[in-house]
Structures are given as structure tokens and as C-alpha cells.
Write a protein that binds this ligand. Sequence first.
Ligand code: SF4
Length: 359
Amino acid sequence: MEEVLEALARTDPEAARIVEFYRGSDTSTLVREADRVCRGVHGDGVWIRGLVEFDNHCQRSCSYCGIRKDNANVRRFRLEPAQVVETVREGWNAGLKSFVLQGGEDPAYSVAMFREILDGIFSFAPAAAVVLSVGIRSKRDYKALREAGASRYLLRFETSDPVLHRLLRGGIPLSRRLRALADLREAGFEVGSGYMVGLPGETEQIRIANALLCRSLGLDMVGIGPFIPHPDTPLGNSFQEPIELAVRATALVRLLLPQANIPATTAAGSLHKAGREKLMAAGANVLMPNLTPGSVRKDYLLYPGKICLDESGLDCLRCLDVRTGLVNKVVRTGRGDSPSWTARQEGAKTSKSPLENPS
Ligand code: SF4
């Protein structure tokens, strides 16, 4: 690790200082600093994105994932474009302006179907921000989806360690994931990625490398979720790490990427009853209430013990209002473009150090 940090100090001295601060700080000190940096850039607002899990078919069999192709216990569903549009309409009518459409890597869901969804949404919500999270696709698909009006794309790399990545993803190399992220940037998307913490075989060095990879990719959005072993997967008997790993990871990413939008993930709330509040206190500034129709919601289980399966999307909104209040923040329902994205659009640049007293 020391050699890695020495090399980092030569190429990105600010990142090296932040990592030193992270390694030398207890969690409450780290969280306090991350919260200060978060409030300095994002104020006390927490953006609300309506999440629609529309398709649990997937051609991959990642070894941690509950909807992996080889899990025969999953009841598969694929919502029609019109159903997705109606689900988004309910969220729009409730005041939401930003929506995440998430599904497995499913070639059967064609670009034409996404066009139908996007046209439908923009017919009543021209100012909505639509985020896609549908896995690796061709460059041509990315370009077509961007032209159809999707403005953001999420594609988590899950681990920056090439060996672990290959093991987790059935032989697919990390480089393929990174190429897709570059393709997304080239297509003009606001780009998000991220990772799990607490995977079997993961070390503290890998966790730090994960956060540094997010910085070197210049991500606009970073999702960090605790690994929760799913019993119907090859990793079902793995050890469950405590929520603190995800809290520290969130704080580190907030310090390394002050302008990124960072969700307090549902996985964190599923692992610990105050998990989302802990991540918001550590610099997360996005929450994603689940708008997925109740008839299929229980069939989209990436991990067990997922919360908010029985509540309606509107119940979730009320609940999240209370939760943000617990950490002295307030919900906001605008588009919530990331400042890094907005700055890039305007050609602006910032080089200010996020740390008040970097050690
Ligand atoms: S992580 Fe994504 S690509 Fe991998 S099996 Fe699950 S849904 Fe499919």
C-alpha cells in the first residue's frame, strides 16, 4: 500500500492526502469531514430519484447477484414499455423529476422499446431526467439511447481488482466494463458507476483502489452498496461485513469526488435499519424510492432482506422525508444534475482541495 501511495503522491497529490486522512481517521472523524464537504457543495438537499425495476431477465450470471441467469428460483418478468411509462407517470404526478430505469442485461429489451418508453415519458414530462441502468450494450445502442433523450447511465464496476472482477463476473474482464464506461462518456451521458464493499476476497487496499478508480474516471454519480450474500448464488455462504465498511467507503468517495451525486443505497438500508441515514451522514445526497409495481417488486431481489417491498412509492416518499430530517437534511425533487456534469457542460473547471485540514 505504501508504494501505491508514493506513486499516487506523484500523479495526484491531493488524492494521496485524502487517502492518508482516511487511513488515519476513525469513522466519526471521517464522516464529519465528508459531511462538511458534502454540505459545502450540495447544501442540505437530498435528491429523490424514482426507481423503476422493469426487467429481471439477464444474460449474465455474476456470482453475487440474485437475478443471475443461472438462478432458477427467480420468477422472471419484463414490463411492457407502456407499463414503465405509466409507472413513471405516477412518480411525476407525485412531484418527482428524475427517474432511474433499472433492469438486467437483457438484449430482448431493444433500443426501439426504450425509445417507446422515453417518447412516452417526455410526452407528459419534457423536463424529466431519465437514468438508465441496463448493463453493457454496444456503442451504437448508447448513442441511440442518448439521442432518444436518456441523460444518465449507471454501470457499476463492482470491484477494481481485475482478478476478483473476472471471478465475480463469469470471466468477463474489468477492462470490458471500463471500456463501456468510456463509451458512455463518449455518447454524451452523465456517467455513474460504483462498487460493492465487503466482497469475499476484498482487502482494504482494494477498497481504496475502488474509490480511486471512481476519481480517475471522473464519475458524476457513484453508487456504493454493501455486499449482502444471496442464498441462491455461489457466494450465498459468504461472511456478512458490517455496515461500517460502506459508511467509510461513502465518506472516502465524497472526499475524492466532492461534486458527484452519491445515493444512500437501499442495500445499506437493508443491511442496517439506519443504513441510509448513516450513508447520508457520510456524504450521500441521493435517495431512490422504489416505484416498481407491487405485482413484480418482490421478483427483483439482487440480495435478500430488501426493504420497502410492501410500501407504495408514495409511502416511501413520506418515509424518506422523515429519514432525511434525522440527519438534518431535506428532500429535493428537481432533476438534480451533478455539479461536475453541469460544470463540464459549461466548460468550467475546479481544482479546489475538498479537505479543510488535509493531514
Ligand atoms: S449484476 Fe447485473 S449483469 Fe450481473 S447477473 Fe446481476 S443483473 Fe445481470
